[in-house]
Write a protein that binds this ligand. Structure first.
Ligand code: FAD
Length: 364
């Protein structure tokens, strides 16, 4: 009998949410995280739409600021402003969120091991044998929630069809504006956009683009525009596009499965949704004692039914946008009235923070 029903590799929000949901379903679970301090290093802006509230309480310990809308900047400097009367998004301290989730996991009986790197696994002998830098552990099932550079996914031969490099700089200027600035320019920020997020006591400047030195140069130029010289730097890879997420005894969740919005690079809410679906699949597999790829394929079907449409739309819009010359982007800013932009984003963009309609909950 293996030691655990499920071992989760990676204690990011996707892995921890999977572990919590598995434990709540009565499974014995361990999470293995390579970093000693869960939530670190920083690799996320932590901007989440109010939909987040449907998934968990927003506690004071991870709340930094609130956002009511956005200013969209065109290449020539036109601005389209989209503001709501109600709060549209939260700026969350992602490190605090992950630390909180790891406490909840432990409270639910999950064995959370940090500072332990998984270096290999084998699912060939009626069990998952997971090799860490020191020692091994066995489980019936395994979850690869090890992020955008997922070892588990690579070993299975799966990879995200697309990847971007997101870079962000946090400065110590206080800024309590209630909107984010988004900068569109296909020469300066090809295929994506740059952003400025007020975080209350700090400000974040960020950019995402193709992996490589030009993106880093574009980021430095973006900072120079604002005269930013002192900052805390972090970065990460953003995977997107449809990818296989199951194999014998294994499911992938979160960035490891490229469960990310292609338009915004937002992956936390999709990861939380898929974590619940993965946990349900793990629970069903355990109860029915069916651990093979054929049974686990239902996971991919279920998450695609939930978020697949959003991903497909995002991919289609990205394809069109990335080919648009700046003159056309400018023209669209001129033509689209705020109302039309709002409708468009509401239907297709799901910009994570602008047009969510869920009611608000109090910050506890
Ligand atoms: C600059 C930037 C800004 C972003 N901003 C936002 C945003 O505002 N909103 C949003 O929704 N999304 C945002 N994202 C995307 C978001 O960060 C990811 O979608 C999210 O972090 C994915 O969560 P995850 O749990 O799948 O992976 P991760 O959070 O990356 O967690 C994976 C964990 O696995 C661990 N791990 C990896 N390999 C091993 C191993 N071999 N053994 C043990 N542990 C291992 C890692 O240490 C890590 O803790 C941003 C991304 C970037 C790069």
């Amino acid at each position: 009998m293996p030691e655990y029903d499920v071992v989760v590799v990676g204690a990011g929000s996707a892995g921890l949410n999977t572990a919590i949901a598995c434990a709540k379903a009565g499974l014995s679970v361990a999470v293995i995280e390579e970093h000693g301090k869960i939530g670190f290093p920083r690799h996320c802006s932590g901007l989440y739409s109010t939909r987040f509230l449907g998934m968990m309480d927003v506690r004071k310990e991870f709340y930094e600021h609130e956002i009511f809308g956005a200013k969209f900047h065109s290449p020539s400097g036109k601005i389209v402003e989209l503001m709501r009367k109600e709060r549209a998004a939260f700026v969350i301290n992602r490190e605090a969120l992950d630390a909180y989730l790891s406490r909840v996991a432990a409270e639910n009986g999950v064995n959370v091991m940090s500072g332990v790197k998984v270096v290999d696994f084998d699912t060939g002998n009626d069990v998952c044998q997971i090799t860490m830098e020191k020692g091994t552990v066995e489980s019936s099932l395994m979850c690869g929630a090890d992020g955008s550079n997922s070892f588990v996914s690579r070993k299975l031969g799966f990879r995200a069809p697309n990847k971007l490099h997101g870079i962000m700089a946090i400065t110590k200027e206080g800024n309590y504006d209630n909107y984010v600035d988004l900068y569109f320019d296909n020469k300066l920020y090809p295929g994506f956009f740059a952003w400025k997020i007020p975080r209350g006591r700090t400000v974040e400047y960020g950019i995402a683009g193709n992996i490589g030195p030009p993106n880093v140069q574009n980021f430095n130029n973006f900072l120079a525009k604002f005269g930013v010289t002192k900052y805390e730097l972090s970065s990460g890879v953003i995977p997107f596009g449809f990818q296989k997420s199951y194999a014998n005894r294994v499911l992938l969740v979160g960035d490891a499965a490229a469960q990310v919005k292609p338009l915004t690079g937002g992956g936390v809410i999709y990861g939380m949704i898929c974590a619940r679906i993965a946990a349900k699949t793990f629970a069903d597999a355990t109860h029915e004692k069916k651990f093979g790829e054929k049974f686990l394929a239902r996971y991919q079907k279920a998450w695609k039914a939930s978020i697949g449409k959003g991903i497909s739309r995002g991919l289609a819009i990205r394809k069109v946008y990335s080919k648009m010359p700046n003159s056309m982007i400018d023209a669209s800013f001129g033509v689209l009235s705020t109302r039309v932009v709002a409708k468009f984003l509401e239907n297709h963009g799901d910009m994570e923070f602008i047009l969510e309609r869920k009611p608000h909950a109090a910050v506890s």
